[in-house]
Design a protein around this ligand. Sequence first.
Ligand SMILES: Cc1cc2nc3c(=O)[nH]c(=O)nc-3n(C[C@H](O)[C@H](O)[C@H](O)COP(=O)(O)OP(=O)(O)OC[C@H]3O[C@@H](n4cnc5c(N)ncnc54)[C@H](O)[C@@H]3O)c2cc1C
Ligand SMILES: NC(=O)c1ccc[n+]([C@@H]2O[C@H](COP(=O)([O-])OP(=O)(O)OC[C@H]3O[C@@H](n4cnc5c(N)ncnc54)[C@H](OP(=O)(O)O)[C@@H]3O)[C@@H](O)[C@H]2O)c1
Length: 417
Amino acid sequence: MFTFSETDHVFSSRRCVWVNGPVIVGAGPSGLAVAAGLKENGVPYVILERADCIASLWQKRTYDRLKLHLPKKFCQLPKFPFPDHYPEYPNRKQFINYLESYAKNFDINPHFNECVQSAKYDEPCGLWRVKTVKNGSEIEYICQWLVVATGENAERVVPEIDGLKEFKGEVIHACDYKSGENYRGKNVLVVGCGNSGMEVSLDLCNHNANPSMVVRSSIHVLPREVFGKSTFELAMMMLKWLPLWLVDKMMLVFAWMVLGNTENYGLKRPVIGPLALKNSQGKTPVLDIGALERIRSGEIRVVPGVKRLSSCGVVEFVDGEKMDVDAVVLATGYKSNVPYWLQESEFFCKNGFPKAPFGNGWKGNGGLYAIGFSRKGLAGASAEAVKISQDIAKVWKDDLKKKKQKVPTHRRCISTF
Ligand SMILES: Cc1cc2nc3c(=O)[nH]c(=O)nc-3n(C[C@H](O)[C@H](O)[C@H](O)COP(=O)(O)OP(=O)(O)OC[C@H]3O[C@@H](n4cnc5c(N)ncnc54)[C@H](O)[C@@H]3O)c2cc1C
Ligand SMILES: NC(=O)c1ccc[n+]([C@@H]2O[C@H](COP(=O)([O-])OP(=O)(O)OC[C@H]3O[C@@H](n4cnc5c(N)ncnc54)[C@H](OP(=O)(O)O)[C@@H]3O)[C@@H](O)[C@H]2O)c1
């Protein structure tokens, strides 16, 4: 077991830092899980995080009422189970506490407030050059491996809606929504009907606001549990024995038994089944935790796509109906930010996701790795973390044996900067 401290494995100059191991970009659950795996294997690393804390998505960009929507056993990171006293669906605070303990347990100390601006593979040297900015000055990290862990939800998606910029009421994205407390008695237009749109609408109801939720296309709503068992868990069990199309059909029968016909409430179902849709288009089904009941009772209005907003607070829908609104919450989803900083086009697509089909895009060429882009949530990230850390550890240990016998060529290469 190696006992490198950070100063041992980082060779610094004024603007160049040699990292004797991988650079991990992002200290969310994915980045933390890879760091823990590397630590277990004695591989030194540097983890760079743009925010001032770990798991910034969970700490800064989620609402108060958020709970994990899958049972805890599917959300824990490798080699560190949730505490026994945690409920089946831990809330946001519990999950953050768990991640803090995880970082402490594996002695993970990210470099905070360092946003990666660019990363490029230096072909002649066979090394990655990763540039960050901290307090206005640039730092360049040079390393053999680059682990991209910036997440599927790195940046908000803000749609082009006619009149949105001129609208005088409050407009926020769901990532800035905390609770319905400030919206009591107000008419709130929630644009989007994914898990965020549904839960924000439910929260607004609970705070006596009047939410109208925009549903412009179709959506699969499934109960979070069927017969007291997690729907997700049930689907995973059935997939071991049955083909996906059949599991999809059974999911829809269960949904119909528990929730009734959601089309009666304006929620048209996609033609493709929920699992097939997730696998082919990455579109997550909504796991209902009470919003449907409020739609049924009329407390959440389902409205069609928005045609335009007026500055005086009137929204016009595509069917010509009009309505007064005081505030707008854009629950319109998120996107990857990889194309903004990673100068690479072989492994990643233009949309910032790996080109390989879901689940297979964890390893590229030249020491490039990606984690948390398989649209399989925390369970997917955990599995990838194990593969990535073991893969790097194997090469690192072999390299170490060789380096003991001769001066490393990489050091010679960067000393010319
Ligand atoms: C509201 C919400 C609820 C969710 N609930 C669940 C759930 O219950 N179960 C589940 O499995 N999944 C859930 N997810 C999906 C979620 O994406 C994962 O749970 C998890 O956060 C993914 O971890 P990650 O580390 O891959 O990405 P993130 O948690 O997004 O972490 C990425 C980190 O990278 C940092 N970063 C980004 N760009 C840079 C840069 N250029 N330089 C340096 N740092 C950078 C970010 O600041 C962030 O800290 C939810 C997502 C949202 C939005
Ligand atoms: N409790 C939880 O665990 C929890 C809670 C919230 C979110 N999440 C997770 O977080 C991730 C993101 O979820 P999300 O709900 O924020 O995003 P999402 O699943 O991408 O949903 C975005 C929604 O916005 C709609 N939309 C986008 N642009 C629009 C426009 N111009 N007009 C009208 N509608 C528009 C989309 O409709 P179209 O389908 O028509 O494009 C879709 O309904 C998912 O993985 C989700 O499971 C989990």
